[in-house]
Design a protein around this ligand. Structure first.
Ligand code: PEP
Length: 284
């Protein structure tokens, strides 16, 4: 069952009491909409090819029974094809860490088009990660173009948003994240938004060992879901999967996942080692 498709939301209730899926807003909707959790590992610029393959192959049996969530890893560009081939037939899906804003092939030295990523076995692409925003000049406008390119290529974009520490301290978290959302998702139709995943990643929590509390994560996931409801309707918002990212570890994943609007995690450092990432995937 594809929980993003509207069809997933109709039918007899018994069809949906599958423990793999989370009930969206229990009791508050006329239709039942389920969101399958996603646990995604962002390998950033780590691992040579042999290391990436070894980690992927070590992970495979450790998460083979993880039917409760989608399992994704995002190796660097040069390793995508090999890792995808070696994981073929497994339940681990492949994401790229970025894609070109341009869809059309052409003179864009150093860029990789979304359909090229699809072609080598990617199903997802991370877009607008804070490291790209901070270090490589990514803007909400370029994020928006990349989201459109990814959707056009048939990839699922994992769109990252999140505030810096100063913004949290200045009390402007909501407006910062809402601006990132409205810019990054500008012009998308309801059907487009049904196909994307959002990752809320407070920048102060990425790679720092400081995790947002489950309450802080829930509060911002609620803000994001309400913003999606305002822009694209309640039904789309209820089916939107919102991941938390920022120092997720085996010992904090379960309490984060207990939050009603936390639908999974985007994991950096703790995804680099198969056993540790598997513990996060197998949080329940
Ligand atoms: C990330 O890279 O998106 C991330 C959340 O990193 P970490 O888990 O290391 O904080």
């Amino acid at each position: 069952m594809n929980c993003h498709s509207p069809e997933a939301a109709v039918g007899s209730p018994s069809e949906f009491f599958d423990p793999e899926y989370r009930l969206a807003r229990p009791g508050s909707t006329l239709r039942l909409i389920m969101r399958k959790p996603v646990i995604a590992g962002n390998w950033k610029m780590y691992k040579l090819l042999s290391e990436a393959v070894n980690t992927a192959l070590a992970l495979k049996p450790l998460v083979a029974n993880a039917n409760h969530c989608e399992v994704i890893i995002a190796p660097v560009f040069t390793e995508l094809k090999t890792v995808a081939d070696r994981l073929e037939g497994s339940n681990i899906k492949i994401a790229a860490q970025d894609c070109a804003a341009e869809s059309a092939h052409g003179a864009h030295t150093g860029e990789v088009a979304a359909d090229m990523l699809k072609d080598v076995g990617c199903r997802y692409v991370v877009v607008g990660h804070s490291e790209r925003r901070q270090l490589y000049g990514e803007t909400d406008q370029s994020v928006n173009r990349k989201v459109n390119s990814a959707l056009a290529a048939g990839l699922t974009p994992i769109v990252c948003v999140g505030e810096m520490l100063e913004q949290r301290e200045a009390g402007v978290v909501e407006s910062v994240v809402k601006t990132q959302l409205s810019g990054g998702l500008a012009g998308l139709t309801r059907a487009d938004v049904e196909r994307i995943i959002i990752a809320y990643e407070p920048v102060w929590a990425i790679g720092t060992g400081k995790t947002a509390t489950p309450q802080q994560a829930q509060e911002m996931h609620g803000v994001i879901r309400r913003a999606a409801a305002e822009s694209h309707g309640e039904e789309v918002a209820n089916s939107l999967r919102i991941l938390y990212g920022g120092s997720v570890k085996p010992d904090n994943i379960a309490t984060l996942m207990d939050q009603p609007d936390v639908d999974g995690a985007l994991v950096g450092g703790a995804s680099l080692e198969a056993e540790t990432f598997a513990k996060i995937v197998n949080y329940k």
